[in-house]
Ligand binder design. Sequence first.
Ligand SMILES: Nc1ncnc2c1ncn2[C@@H]1O[C@H](COP(=O)(O)OP(=O)(O)O)[C@@H](O)[C@H]1O
Ligand SMILES: [Mg+2]
Length: 305
Amino acid sequence: MTDSSLFITEGRPLLQKTASTYLERSDEERIRYIKGSRWVSYDAAQKILIRLEDLLQYPKSHRMPNLLIVGETNSGKTLLAKYFCKRHPSQNDPASEAANIPVMYIQAPISPDEGRFYNAILDLLFAPYKPSDRADRKQAQVIKLLRVVGLKMLIIDEIQHILAGAMAKQRIFLNLIKYLGNELQIPIVGIGVREAFRAIQTDPQLSNRFRVVTLSPWKFGEPFKDLLRTFESTLPLHHPSYLEEETLANKILALTDGYIGEISGLLTSAAEHAIKTGRERIDKKVLDQIDWIPPAERRTEPVDI
Ligand SMILES: Nc1ncnc2c1ncn2[C@@H]1O[C@H](COP(=O)(O)OP(=O)(O)O)[C@@H](O)[C@H]1O
Ligand SMILES: [Mg+2]
């Protein structure tokens, strides 16, 4: 049985194997496990992962296709990209001095500054450079090194940071993205909020080459129920919660506005509470008892210190 496979115990929903092994552990260990990071698979993410795999295998050409993953904050964009990167780790090739890096993930600098953008790449490559070097010099160094490591895909997270600001600045970065893609003949994957999409639309050449996929907040329906079932299968509680049951699922939606980051946070707190109180399941009572402020209220709630 693989780690992600499911098993059934009597009268309870499916529990993932790792989670099931934790059932025997102490409360503290179970809580630590629940608080740790985990990947919960869902259909929309699987579809994007398939697209990313296709792009990675795309034969080199002068017009490489690109992808833009758009979604509000807490929609699961970054975790998805990191999950993909883990599947394609760097490898040290004993025959050559350079590592082989198929996929590189960078966070765009907060401000649209070319030099800083290149610094982010050079830092990841542990390449020596003078921060004061001109951007075009760093650019040449980046192109050269990325060829050496055999880069096949560049993922730029928070891409709206470099596509913000004055049109002239935006243009510089739109050209930079085009240039990197063309020179290296690799697909560029941008990740960002909706503004990034609008910025790319201003460049017809680039917008032609960017397919856009969106990670939207969850709504009530079968896919959401599936997500809740999968979440539940990662939580080592002694009793089933049946999170997908309509009343409970709707309550979870109301408390989280459907953002996966909020759903994950809510269920983590609720599972911890369920263990500490001995209730061993997440139900309406547990959700009422934990100190959870829905995201929309949190933004307006005055904070008592
Ligand atoms: N597939 C997933 N499985 C489990 N938890 C997830 C998943 N996607 C997102 N999360 C949770 O949501 C949080 C926010 O996700 P993140 O990828 O950082 O969102 P974004 O980049 O869209 O702002 C993560 O830290 C994680 O706790
Ligand atoms: Mg993110």
